[in-house]
Design a protein around this ligand. Sequence first.
Ligand SMILES: [Zn+2]
Length: 139
Amino acid sequence: MYSLTTSSTIDKIFDLLRPSCKGMTRSQVYTDIARRLSTLASKNPPWSWRYVQGIEAMTIEPSPHIDQAIHSLLAFLTNTEPAQIYSPSETVQLQALTGTIIPGAWVLSKSLSCAHPACTINFIPRVPWQKYCPLHKRR
Ligand SMILES: [Zn+2]
């Protein structure tokens, strides 16, 4: 007996995670979902991405434990509105190293102006004590 409800719930989770999973393969998204579910349910060792995929494909019957975690995750995802958590916020344009920033990612620290007197570069420091852009980094 397969759980159609749980399968379609994973589909909804997939849709809700789509913005934060841009560029990921399907197995990477399943891995991300498995990690989230395992954390929510305090499951150690964590569930595998194949288990989550099997539940969605209805080839594996979900355990009551993961079934509950899947429905909890959906509830969390549909009730989370990041724009309200970090308010006020704004959309800004960034220049980033290729592949390092997921579009729409939240930047949670302030940008700085490089401390070099002749530099006009603004950057988000990697560590709190960084004062210079990579071009003027002291060696
Ligand atoms: Zn600089």
